[in-house]
Design a protein around this ligand. Structure first.
Ligand SMILES: [Ca+2]
Ligand SMILES: [Ca+2]
Length: 175
């Protein structure tokens, strides 16, 4: 299994060479942190740490949104790429899932409803009225809800991932 995973990682890296972000919207900075997968482009903001709200605003400022994890393969791509980029934080990254505007009404930052979910057992958690923003845990790929900005003295500042539509012929602005 470990060998298979390594092979998949090696293949992913190989395929990425030369085509990692050629179809991404032209206004985005083209570097290793910008990657395309499926019909989306992803910007990995792994060395800045902010609240969910600031992360959300950052993605929107470039006409994207905090990532919507719509399938297990998409999530696997995200986790593999974080590993390739050398991510090693104990915590994970902010994803677009939130219920900050209605307790229990979870939706993605692009206003779609979650179909695929990967909550850890017991999540969304007991203190769910204070925990309105979801994080993808790097260590096991599960989702946990946390206070979007922090709670009392505990700040919640983490990296994040923005998702954009690709520039395939015409560049369509995702909601
Ligand atoms: Ca997506
Ligand atoms: Ca909540």
């Amino acid at each position: 299994m470990a060998t298979l995973l390594l092979s998949v990682l090696a293949l992913t890296t190989y395929v990425a060479v030369g085509g990692v972000n050629v179809n991404c919207p032209p206004h985005l900075v083209k570097n290793d942190n910008l990657r395309e997968y499926g019909s989306s482009c992803y910007e990995f903001v792994l060395s800045h740490f902010e609240s969910w709200y600031k992360a959300d605003a950052d993605c929107k400022s470039r006409r994207g949104h905090l990532v919507s994890l719509n399938s297990f393969p998409e999530q696997t791509f995200i986790l593999n790429t974080m590993q390739i980029l050398g991510y090693h934080d104990d915590h994970g990254v902010w994803i677009g899932l939130t219920d900050h505007d209605g307790e229990g009404n979870w939706h993605w930052a692009d206003n779609t409803k979650p179909v695929f979910t990967n909550w850890a057992p017991g999540q969304p958690g007991m203190l769910s009225s204070n925990e309105d923003c979801a994080m993808l845990e790097f260590k096991d790929g599960t989702w946990h809800d946390y206070p979007c900005e922090g709670f009392f003295f505990f700040s919640q500042k983490h990296g994040w991932i923005c998702e954009y539509g690709q520039m395939s012929g015409q560049w369509v602005n995702p909601k």
